[in-house]
Design a protein around this ligand. Structure first.
Ligand code: FES
Length: 117
């Protein structure tokens, strides 16, 4: 998006170079969170980190047909003995009761023909 962000120019940001929605979309793609934007109308300053934090606070849990429960965000598992374990990324919890690695799914649900919606 050179028409908006061009480090070879000063100033290197030209907010007239694209639509507001296109600029916001580009800022949200910034992997480092170094880019941010704010809306003049309400004065609220929103950074990519804010957006990611908001997204991270919404936990997504998926019930897989005939399979495990997927937690698709980082989470902390508290085991029955009180031991806590941080899991990063997606965690699959056994729903069939047959895993040899409970509480996690080890794929046994396929071998035993577990069926559930
Ligand atoms: S759901 Fe996969 S092993 Fe139980």
């Amino acid at each position: 998006m050179r028409e908006v962000f061009d480090p070879a120019k000063k100033p290197w940001v030209n907010i007239e170079g694209a639509s507001t929605d296109a600029i916001i979309e580009q800022v949200r793609k910034c992997p480092s969170g170094a880019l941010s934007y704010f809306m003049n109308a309400d004065g609220e300053h929103v950074t990519e980190k804010d957006i990611q934090s908001e997204a991270a606070s919404i936990m997504n849990i998926q019930i897989k047909p005939n399979g495990p429960i997927l937690i698709t965000t980082d989470c902390e598992i508290t085991h029955s003995d009180g031991r806590k374990e941080i899991k990063q990324g997606t965690t699959a919890l056994c729903r069939c009761g047959q895993s040899a690695n409970k509480p996690y799914c080890d794929g046994t649900h396929r071998k035993v023909g577990f069926e559930a919606e």
